[in-house]
Design a protein around this ligand. Sequence first.
Ligand SMILES: [Zn+2]
Length: 238
Amino acid sequence: MPGPAARWGEVTFQAIAPGIWLHSEYADPPGVGPTRSNGLIVEAGDHSILVDTAWNDAQTGSIVEWAEASLHRPVAAAIVTHAHHDKMGGIAALRSAGIRTFANRLTNADAPKRGLLPADVSLDFDSGGWLTAESARAAEPLGAIRPYFPGAGHTRDNIVVGVADGAVLFGGCLIRPSDAQSLGNTSDGDIAHWGIAARAAGAAFPNATVVIPSHGDIAGRDLIELTARLALAAQAPR
Ligand SMILES: [Zn+2]
C-alpha cells in the first residue's frame, strides 16, 4: 500500500511496495494544462534503478539527488519507456551524472525527431516482446527490471516494465489511469493496436497486482481492460 510521500525540489516520492518508489512531477504543456507524470525508483542493493526521467533536467536532477542523499542508493542505471518529454526529457541530467541510460531501439530512433536526446543503449526485442539474448546481456545494469515491448499503442515504441518479480507492472503512457475518459495524447499513437498492446502487457505479467500508469494513481489490473475499452471506443465511428 502507498506510504507517506516525500518531496525533493519539484519531485514527490511515494513508497508503493518494499524497495519501490513512485516519482511524480508536473509540467504545464501548452494547450494541455498541468499534467502529472510518474516513474519508478527501484532499490537494488546499495544502488537504485530509475524507470523514466522526469519532464526536464532540473526535475530529473532532483531525483538523482534524492536517491543519493535520502535513499542512500545512488541511481546506477535508467530505462525510459518511450520517446516523449514526460518519459525522457531529463536524459541529459542522467548523462552528466554518469548514469547509463537504456531504451527501445525505436525510442532512440524517434527521440531526435522530437527534440529529445537518445538513451546510451538501444535495446532490441524478439517477436514475443522480450529482450533478445544480446540485449538482455547489454541490459545487465538494469538488474531485475524486466522490460517488455507489447507493440504500438500510445507510441510505436512504448515499452512497459515489470518489477518485483512481475508483481508490479509499470505501464507508462500505454496504460490509462482509472479516471481516464479517453486515451489522452494520441498524436503519435496507433489506436487500432492500442488495446491489443495493453492486453499483451497484462498477459506478459500475469502476476502483476499493482499497475502503474504515467498520468494518475497506482491501481490494479483493471487499468488494462479500462485501456482496452477506451481504445475500442476511440476506434468506433462517431
Ligand atoms: Zn507519451
